[in-house]
Write a protein that binds this ligand. Structure first.
Ligand code: 13P
Length: 259
């Protein structure tokens, strides 16, 4: 059984004081109760988050990583630097980086390789726009995004990778893919990964796009939705805790059903 994973993507939000207030609540929040939980603050606050979350069971990740390990690359942050700070995962290829900062498929693939080489878990984001979905191209778009990464990585190392399906039309819009829509795409992604020879059954596929405390449980009920990548709701402790509780509740129900 794949362990559920809930990741908070703080995007461009936070300050030393606000983060401290939020993360202090994580310390005894028992968020990671039978599930894995991570938060991804901006680079400048990673060290603060690692320090404040040390005893919480909650991991810390970055929102991006350089494709390069070292050298004359002004402004870049390498995977080794992130590991050095205590990070264990990194979001790669988020749609905001793809659309606003030039992260093309080949760039994203090189970043995934760099993350794997440094021992970070890459959380590879894929997803289609509204017009691509309306044109019936959603699966084709997601397949192309996956294909460029799969072509560059050793399939035997892929069980460390996490995929996040984030339909662009659902990000920050309050529109969520229905659990059925998300499940269909998650099955497509898992089969696509399996078709490359990788162990698709062990790879966790998260859903992202307006996940909140009200819709999380129904998404997690779908058997191929292995957790969530949460934007806005991860900045509010009670909302994030409720999403984590929904994920751990599904785990417990699943365990009971198996007994
Ligand atoms: P929202 O949860 O705010 O829609 O953001 C989703 C997202 O982009 C997470 O990476």
């Amino acid at each position: 059984m794949r362990r559920k994973l809930v990741v908070g993507n703080w995007k461009l939000h936070g300050s030393t004081a606000r983060n401290e207030a939020l993360l202090l609540q994580f310390q005894d929040g028992r968020l990671a109760d039978g599930i894995d939980v991570a938060v991804c603050p901006p680079f400048t606050y990673l060290q603060q988050a690692v320090g404040l979350l040390a005893e919480s069971g909650v991991s810390v990740g970055a929102q991006d990583v350089s494709a390069f390990h070292r050298g004359a690359y002004t402004g870049e942050i390498s995977g080794e630097m992130l590991v050095d700070l205590g990070c264990s995962c990194v979001i790669v290829g988020h749609s905001e980086r793809r659309s606003l900062f030039g992260d093309t498929d080949p760039v994203v693939a090189r970043k995934v390789v760099a993350a794997l080489e440094t021992g970070l878990t890459p959380i590879l984001c894929v997803g289609e726009t509204q017009s691509q979905r309306e044109s019936g191209l959603a699966e084709q778009v997601v397949a192309a995004q996956l294909e460029s990464v799969m072509a560059c990585v050793d399939v035997n190392r892929l069980d460390h990778m996490v995929v996040a399906y984030e339909p662009i039309w659902a990000i920050g819009t309050g529109l969520t893919a229905t659990p059925e829509q998300a499940q269909v795409m998650h099955v497509f992604i898992r089969r696509f990964i399996e078709s490359t020879g990788a162990d698709g059954q062990s790879i966790r596929i998260l859903y992202g796009g307006s996940v909140n405390s009200a819709n999380a449980a129904s998404l997690f009920d779908e058997c191929d939705i292995d957790g969530a990548l949460v934007g806005g709701a991860s900045l509010d402790f009670e909302s994030f805790r409720a999403i984590c509780a929904a994920a751990s509740g599904v785990v417990r129900q699943g365990d009971l059903r198996r007994v």
